[in-house]
Design a protein. Structure first.
Length: 102
């Protein structure tokens, strides 16, 4: 049995010559995980140096519209096709290619 999974992608420049591809089920998950929603504060009394902050609507639109791809990442879509075999194992139903480079 074949299954198709449509995912939203964020290709993020690591700033060191490399890139990292992130995949999400939808835009909401992408925005929830985006680095702009992560804050660092080493002086927090609860010891949580990293914490979440709520993105503004303008920030969300900037990310989804690729207004600054270097900071926000390149947003796209991919399709993953998997096949469940008779023995219950799962494999790719078609090859995947994640192009990353300079």
């Amino acid at each position: 049995m074949r299954h198709v999974i449509n995912v939203v992608t964020r290709l993020q420049d690591n700033g060191d010559g490399g890139y990292t591809m992130y995949m999400y089920n939808n835009n909401e998950e992408l925005l929830e995980d985006h680095p702009k929603g992560q804050m660092f504060d080493s002086t927090r009394p609860d010891g949580q140096k990293f914490y979440k902050r709520v993105l503004t609507e303008e920030e969300k639109q900037d990310i989804l519209n690729e207004d600054d791809p270097y900071k926000n990442g390149y947003i796209g879509q991919e399709t993953i096709e998997i096949e469940v075999m008779e023995d219950g194992s799962v494999r790719l139903a078609k090859p995947m290619c994640l192009g990353v480079g300079q």
